[in-house]
Design a protein around this ligand. Structure first.
Ligand SMILES: [Zn+2]
Length: 127
């Protein structure tokens, strides 16, 4: 087996984190999973150009998938902390940086790290 490069590790981790959040939101349909794959392909190219950005890939993939879902299905992930009112999506912060979190701008709170949305929403994704 060849050793896995840090770049590949970052891409694998990003894929796993975003998939975990999709499962938590019960949005991990096969065509949604392919959106994640598409994003990982794009970001592989990106991070090959800029290896220092490897730590930012998870946040970027999360935002890519969020954008792609908005076009096809609507807002994701919906905010779990604000009860009532207009349903709204969480946003990734920082947009370009390490240690990305889902935040609700309405309530001004960090909801969960990317990849840990399940623990914030109370859903375990079991089905
Ligand atoms: Zn909210």
């Amino acid at each position: 087996m060849e050793p896995i490069s840090p770049l590949e590790q970052a891409l694998h981790a990003a894929r796993a984190l975003v998939l975990a959040d999709l499962v938590a939101g019960r949005a991990a349909e096969p065509d949604v999973v392919s959106l994640v794959e598409d994003s990982v392909v794009q970001r592989r190219w990106w991070v090959e150009q800029w290896p220092e950005g490897a730590g930012y890939v998870a946040g970027l993939v999360a935002q890519d998938v969020q954008d792609a879902l908005l076009d096809r299905y609507g807002r994701w992930p919906l905010c779990p902390v604000c009860g009532g009112g207009e349903p709204h999506a969480l946003e990734v912060e920082p947009e370009l940086g390490p240690d990305p979190h889902w935040v609700c701008h309405k309530a001004g709170v960090k909801v969960a790290p990317v990849g840990s949305l399940g623990s914030a929403t109370g859903g375990t994704g079991s089905s």
